[in-house]
Write a protein that binds this ligand. Structure first.
Ligand SMILES: Nc1ncnc2c1ncn2[C@@H]1O[C@H](COP(=O)(O)OP(=O)(O)OP(=O)(O)O)[C@@H](O)[C@H]1O
Ligand SMILES: [Mg+2]
Length: 310
């Protein structure tokens, strides 16, 4: 199993055709390495991570601390007792099959679910040691600190400049000179400046899909966040634009705490330091990315990363 998994991680990290490789192995000789298993176990029947299984980072600063987090859409429970630490200035990837709660969890980190009627949260989410769900907490200020980039780029029907200046303006910055500086530095950080510096007054909607997504990242950066939440930020993009977003994540991780949802195993392996595998609303396993992709502790994680389900 180790040889198989190490090989897999090598493939994943190198960005060779992982999916083809995986399915080929699985169908043709995979059984020689990993015995075929029928995935019939429901998560509720599995050994769930215990509290003392929470991956702690003794040597790194924890930016976000989540404990016993339950989440409900009305009467339907979508997250079950999630506990995890998210380290500062590193990239944490959330993986798992469709509907397992990745986006829901991501949105609990900046209270974006609050805008959905009838939702309810139990448990603790702390950023820098402060509970973000305490009643008096300033939600607008929280969302300034914790920015979000969505799967589908969603620029406003305004100029490129106005898209990036929008957030700082809302937060009270009216000085034109300062706004220009912020717009430029945000576009530089998002790797878009050179492509748009001569057309800042033009509509953002005329940019390509990949450029629009980098514009949305610039827009998120413009308000000076500490944490960036990215929900499948490259899934609608072509390989070249995807590579640019991945490079960008690599650069941003020096200054920002990044949590990224992705269905792309290669991407998770390439961009993240830690990977959390979700299934059925529960956190099955969290660990250093290399470990998750080479020697996961849980059978269910192995089955998922090797394409056996999901
Ligand atoms: N606004 C909503 N109202 C009610 N139920 C919802 C809502 N959004 C999500 N859900 C449910 O919560 C569960 C988790 O959904 P979520 O979108 O978090 O999954 P996901 O892991 O992000 O899936 P995907 O990979 O398809 O994006 C699903 O059962 C989904 O149907
Ligand atoms: Mg989702």
């Amino acid at each position: 199993m180790n040889a198989y998994c190490n090989d897999l991680f090598e493939n994943v990290s190198r960005g060779s055709s992982l999916d083809a490789g995986l399915f080929h192995r699985q169908g043709a000789g995979g059984a020689g390495h990993v015995p075929e298993v029928q995935v019939t176990t429901r998560l509720s029947e599995m050994a769930m991570p215990r509290r003392d299984d929470v991956e702690t980072h003794a040597d790194v600063e924890v930016k976000i601390r989540v404990r016993d987090l339950n989440f409900y859409y009305g009467t339907v429970k979508a997250l079950f007792g999630i506990s995890m630490d998210i380290p500062a200035r590193q990239v944490t990837a959330l993986i798992g099959p469709s509907g397992c709660g990745k986006s829901t969890f991501l949105r609990t980190l900046n209270r974006m679910n609050d805008v959905i009627e009838g939702t309810r949260v139990e448990g603790v989410v702390e950023i820098d040691g402060q509970d973000i769900y305490r009643k008096e907490r300033d939600v607008v200020g929280l969302r300034k600190r914790v920015g979000m980039v969505f799967q589908k780029s969603n620029p406003f029907p305004k100029s490129i400049f106005e898209n990036v200046a929008y957030g700082p303006r809302i937060h009270g910055n009216r000085d034109r000179g300062r706004l220009k500086e912020i717009v430029e530095s945000s576009l530089v950080r998002a790797g878009l400046w050179d492509e748009v510096k001569d057309r800042l007054g033009k509509s953002a909607l005329d940019l390509s899909g990949g450029q629009q997504q980098r514009l949305c990242i610039a827009r998120a950066l413009a308000v000076g966040p500490e944490v960036l939440l990215m929900d499948e930020p490259a899934s609608a993009l072509d390989p070249r634009s995807t590579a640019r977003i991945e490079d960008l994540i690599g650069e941003l991780r020096r200054d920002y705490t990044i949590v990224i949802v992705t269905h792309n195993m290669q991407q998770a392996a390439r961009v993240s330091d830690h990977t959390a595998f979700f299934y059925d609303g529960s956190l099955v396993e969290l660990g250093p990315t290399e470990k998750i992709f080479t020697k996961p502790d849980k059978r269910q994680t192995l089955d998922y990363i090797t394409g056996r389900f999901g």
